[in-house]
Design a protein. Structure first.
Length: 1112
């Protein structure tokens, strides 16, 4: 039959393209396909898409032919529409008889994309301001006036939530796809600089909360932002596509190449992996992951991709498309009283529950899946989704309304109506109650029946899907970058200097040992450790990473548009693992770890060794560039002077074996390792010689003494760790500044009191106050004192001096981001919740405002804790199981409890946390987080209470308890009400977790009692789960249940006396799940309370005389 023959031809064409060369044969013409079908595609595009393109700007409206008129256009919609026009042009490129259509279609797509670029070029003030503060008020606008291509002035869009990073990432990604096909989107060097600044805009997407693809922020739709996997995913995809790409195509030179920070890309990749399979904290699963993980994003090909997509399919796939996310109210009958932009922007408190089970279903996701399965060669599944999509299309008459059913008796000939994709299908108001009772049972209606205009985004994606499914548009026509394939299946792009590649098995990390002096080199050589001095690595130049920051400042700079270029962001581990070709020299940078200005961790050799191990493991795990990574290990004489030098030398000696833990390493000379290393080219510096002319390089330290003096100095470097002596500064408050300076210069005065006196001078005059007769400032004296205390391992002094100087850890922001995206929140003090990534400056402002400098050095100690938490959560996330909110003050309490009870020789008998080295603090954190350790019940309850650690499924269980208790749950003086709590929050909502956790923390100061209340809630949930007929009308007072259990425990164990009236320690010291343990007494108390409630018998129970009620 003819239709079977056509289908066979289509299959043969796709199979031949699939088995073709990996590059694709772009020059081959299509087989002799049916010109009539191609003509139909063009008529469809010219009849349903192109008429809405503005003749001057080339942009498309968001709501075509709306009444009243709306002149808004959206960046995201316009990119998809331009992509569909370009895709049809890609098909026409392979035919000789296109009647000029290919040229016209390409120019229409080009005009649209260039208008978006020009629109953002008028917002360079926002682009520049966003570098300093990533605020929604400073973001690029994503809605414009499509008639003028400028900012939209419309009251309906006043307060619109423009901050949508996925739109910027999509623009960069699709622009590069189109440029790869020969489309000239970027015309001038000025536009190249703007394009480069869009890359800077996206690089920190991993730590920037936004409103997401659905423009609503959190699920509650109250105008709050959160971190979205779709935004991070599109940013990551854009960075991969832009890396070393020439935006002038074949006509460009070194000045038109786009540069990407490899560490920013890596952080986006890590954060995306940690976020998935969730879209965000409040939404959980979300259908926006389909375009993110499938076409056009293809953000990742790791194993988590499959589970994330399957989660979306299982939860949101329906007969009419996909729901966007759970309790999505957009388009629901209860949500809207108007159409298009006149829909309600935000919801009221307690309204989300009304949208459950009646969320609208969007057919556009079927079109995305048709494209994705065609790209993967799965034509069978693509055809299934195509048929589902075709069944959902709606015919509209010439007025854009749904026509009445066709009457075959009518003799009037009318023009055949076009078929359109609805934006969504909704449940009519009259059928809501039936849908609530039986989800999926009611017939839904297309949004056209609400008077909505056509949905151009959907039309564009559907056109691409039809072109793919019909076999006219091939995978290499739509995806020229081959992003639909994993890295190891993509062709190596030789036009890019430093292309991304697949992860290599048994990657070798090259290590170059640099001694800062010949004396240090000679001393290490006696132990068999071969190193080079800065002079011996010539002609290679050694730079600190701050030099690399300086030379990259001119990248993307455009004085005419007031663009300053690359922000002053630190270079990470991956960026310093490359050699750089700078005009006239080859440069190797050492990592931030060895920067003397970077905090004080360099004084702790155990910490240095641990960080080096971590860095090598990180390079081995996350390196994705051509060539081997090179780790520059800068050895300073201060490292040998510090305590722990023997461990450092032993570590260096062990590296000669070729392995550091499970990482393969290769020690060698820098000149010899250059041939196999990753080398990046900074050719753009040819036009900016002033940028690196006077930059200092690492110079060899000139010393006169022999290496024996360096070895001998170790004998008196460290002092015994003891409690620091502090003075009462109130006794010297009346002294003037000169008298304080005289006291500071007193030789007999201990280092602790000197630091306190310097702190008084800072409070009076500031850190730049010059000490009389010393020719140095207070800040310089504090720096010197901090270094001396570091060598002597007097960590309380080091932390105190660092707090006075208000030091910040440069790598604090990535560590905080790691904690946040792992689903944890950090709480400072009692009320400051860090639920989104912050800059180091913002975080340190909060810390120093909350914890002013003092002998405890708490502000810098907390920076250490955040740094360690971020490292540990990436290395071993199991340690954080059951912990959702990390309260820093109780965390310090837990560390004090552990330190007071532990008998580990590592801590040397020290019982004061501030006196421990950073490495020992980190080890102590690992100890308290490791729930597998066996501890005394009272000790364990106190630690778990401080950490707010709960059993698996605890908060879901509390949600079930709240469903059964109409009076709510009372914890101390706070009542968690059933409504609107259940209306606003779902079972897995992060806001519900915070509501319960914060109540427990606020109302119970005793961590052991807090943990006992957690045990009580677990037992109550278990009873209610086994006996669903129990319903409680009054308040469930958890503390009263624990108190009654304690009274029964005292009676059972005959505990009399006044000491047991105030202290429950005997109860806390008892095991929970043993005979006559705490669980049995709590269960008895809980049952006594629950049996006072209402027992609701189901029909089966009534038939058998109530036998369905069986308490267990």
């Amino acid at each position: 039959p003819p239709h079977q023959a056509a289908e066979q031809r289509t299959m043969s064409k796709r199979n031949s393209a699939t088995s073709s060369d990996i590059f694709g044969i772009l020059s081959n013409e299509l087989p002799q396909y049916n010109q009539t079908v191609l003509q139909q595609f063009y008529q469809r595009c010219s009849g349903q898409i192109l008429p809405y393109q503005h003749p001057i700007t080339g942009l498309f409206p968001l709501y075509p032919e709306s009444d009243p008129p709306c002149y808004a256009g959206h960046v995201r919609d316009n990119i998809y529409i331009a992509t569909s026009i370009w895709a049809l042009a890609q098909v026409y490129r392979k035919t000789d008889q296109d009647s000029g259509r290919c040229w016209e279609l390409r120019q229409r797509a080009l005009k649209c994309m260039r208008s978006i670029l020009n629109f953002w070029m008028t917002q360079t003030d926002r682009l520049e301001a966003f570098k300093e503060q990533q605020s929604p008020r400073r973001c690029l606008l994503t809605v414009f006036d499509y008639r003028t291509g400028g900012e939209l002035i419309d009251s309906a869009f006043k307060g619109y939530q423009h901050h949508q990073l996925d739109s910027v990432g999509l623009f960069v990604l699709m622009s590069i796809q189109m440029i790869s096909s020969g489309l000239e989107i970027v015309h001038t060097k000025t536009e190249v600089n703007v394009f480069q600044n869009l890359i800077f805009y996206l690089e920190r997407a991993y730590r920037i909360p936004d409103f997401g693809m659905w423009e609503r922020g959190t699920k509650q739709n109250t105008g709050s932002v959160e971190l979205h996997a779709s935004s991070v995913g599109f940013a990551k995809a854009a960075l991969e596509a832009a890396n070393s790409f020439n935006v002038f195509g074949q006509s460009g030179d070194h000045t038109t190449v786009i540069h990407v920070d490899i560490d920013a890309h890596s952080r986006n990749r890590i954060i995306l992996t940690n976020l998935l399979p969730r879209e965000s904290a409040t939404k959980g699963c979300d259908s926006s992951l389909i375009p993110t993980l499938c076409w056009p994003g293809h953000a990742t090909h790791e194993s988590v991709r499959k589970s994330a997509l399957q989660n979306v399919f299982d939860r949101f796939r329906g007969d009419y498309g996909f729901k966007r996310f759970s309790r999505d109210g957009y388009g629901c009958a209860m949500e809207t009283s108007g159409t298009g932009p006149h829909r309600r922007v935000q919801y009221s408190h307690g309204e989300l529950k009304t949208f459950e089970h009646v969320e609208c279903q969007w057919p556009i996701f079927y079109a995305f899946l048709v494209i994705e399965h065609c790209l993967q060669g799965d034509t069978k599944t693509a055809t299934v989704y195509k048929r589902k999509l075709d069944s959902l299309l709606v015919e509209l008459d010439s007025d854009g309304a749904v026509p009445p059913p066709w009457d075959p008796s009518s003799r009037q000939q009318q023009q055949q109506p076009r078929r359109w994709m609805p934006k969504f299908y909704f449940v009519p108001r009259d059928y809501l109650q039936d849908e609530y009772s039986n989800p999926g049972s009611q017939t839904r209606r297309p949004n056209f029946q609400l008077g909505d205009p056509i949905f151009l985004w959907g039309e564009a994606v559907m056109l691409i899907a039809d072109l793919m499914e019909s076999g006219y548009l091939m995978a290499h026509d739509l995806d020229l970058l081959r992003r639909h394939k994993p890295f190891h299946e993509r062709p190596l792009d030789l036009s890019r200097r430093v292309p991304f590649i697949n992860k290599l098995q048994d990657l070798v990390v090259q290590v170059v040992l640099i001694s800062e002096s010949v004396r240090l080199q000679q001393m290490l050589a006696t132990f068999g450790v071969q190193s080079q001095t800065p002079t011996q690595v010539e002609p290679i130049t050694l730079w600190p990473s701050k030099n690399l920051i300086r030379v990259q400042e001119c990248l993307g700079r455009c004085d005419r548009l007031s663009l300053s270029g690359r922000p002053l962001r630190p270079i990470g581990q991956l960026g310093t693992a490359k050699f750089y070709r700078v005009p006239g020299r080859t440069v190797l940078c050492y990592p931030l770890l060895f920067e003397m200005r970077d905090f004080y961790l360099l004084h702790d050799m155990d910490m240095v060794i641990d960080e080096v191990r971590t860095n090598l493991l990180f390079l081995s795990t996350w390196w994705r560039l051509k060539g081997r990574p090179t780790f520059c290990f800068l050895l300073r004489e201060d490292m040998i002077r510090a305590a722990g030098a023997k461990q450092l030398i032993a570590f260096l000696t062990s590296m000669r074996s070729g392995w550091v833990n499970d990482v393969r390493v290769l020690l060698g000379r820098a000149q010899n390792l250059l041939a196999s290393a990753c080398v990046d080219h900074l050719d753009y510096l040819q036009d900016h010689n002033h940028a690196f002319r006077d930059l200092p390089s690492v110079e060899e330290l000139s010393v006169e003494k022999s290496f024996r003096s360096l070895m001998n100095i170790q004998g008196h470097a460290a002092v015994a760790i003891e409690q620091e002596e502090w003075i009462d500064t109130r006794r010297v408050e009346s002294s003037n500044s000169e008298q304080l300076c005289q006291l500071i210069d007193t030789a007999s005065l201990n280092m602790g009191p000197k630091t306190q006196l310097l702190h008084m001078l800072v409070d009076r005059h500031g850190a730049d106050y010059v000490l009389p007769g010393a020719n140095e400032t207070v800040a310089q004296r504090l720096e010197e004192m901090s270094r001396t205390a570091g060598v002597q391992q007097r960590w309380a002094i080091v932390r105190y001096a660092s707090a006075i100087l208000r030091k910040e850890v440069d790598s604090l922001a990535p560590s905080l981001s790691n904690v946040i995206v792992a689903g944890k929140r950090i709480i400072i003090g009692s009320d400051i919740v860090i639920d989104r990534p912050l800059t180091p400056k913002e975080l340190c402002q909060i810390l120093y405002a909350h914890y002013p400098p003092g002998p405890s050095g708490k502000a810098v100690l907390l920076q250490e804790l955040i740094l360690f938490l971020g490292s540990l959560i990436c290395r071993d996330s199991v340690l954080f199981r059951g912990i959702h909110y990390i309260r820093l003050d109780p965390l310090i309490d837990a560390l004090d409890i552990e330190l007071a009870n532990v008998n580990d020789p590592l801590f040397g008998g020290c019982k004061i946390l501030q006196n421990l080295s950073p490495y020992k603090v980190k080890s102590l954190i690992v100890s308290i987080l490791d729930h597998r350790q066996s501890r005394h019940p009272y000790w364990q309850r106190r630690i778990d209470g401080c950490l707010c650690r709960v059993p698996s499924g605890f908060y879901e269980g509390v949600y079930g308890v709240l469903e059964a208790c109409s009076g709510g749950i009372r914890i101390g003086h706070t009542l968690i009400e059933q409504h609107p709590c259940l209306n606003d929050m779902s079972r897995n909502d992060a806001n519900f977790v915070f509501a319960v956790q914060s109540t427990l923390a606020r109302e119970t100061a005793n961590p052991a009692l807090r943990q006992m209340m957690v045990e009580a809630l677990v037992i109550i949930e278990l009873i209610l789960q086994r006996n669903p007929e129990l319903k409680v009308k009054e308040e469930l007072d958890v503390l009263s249940i624990v108190d009654e259990a304690w009274r029964d425990f005292k009676i059972e164990h005959r505990l009399d006396g006044p000491e047991f009236e105030k202290s429950m320690n005997k109860f806390y010291e008892t095991e929970s799940v043993v005979s006559r343990g705490t669980s049995s007494f709590i269960a008895k108390s809980a049952l006594n309370f629950l049996l006072k409630g209402e027992i609701a018998l189901d029909q089966r129970g009534k038939e058998f005389g109530g036998s369905a009620c069986k308490l267990s």
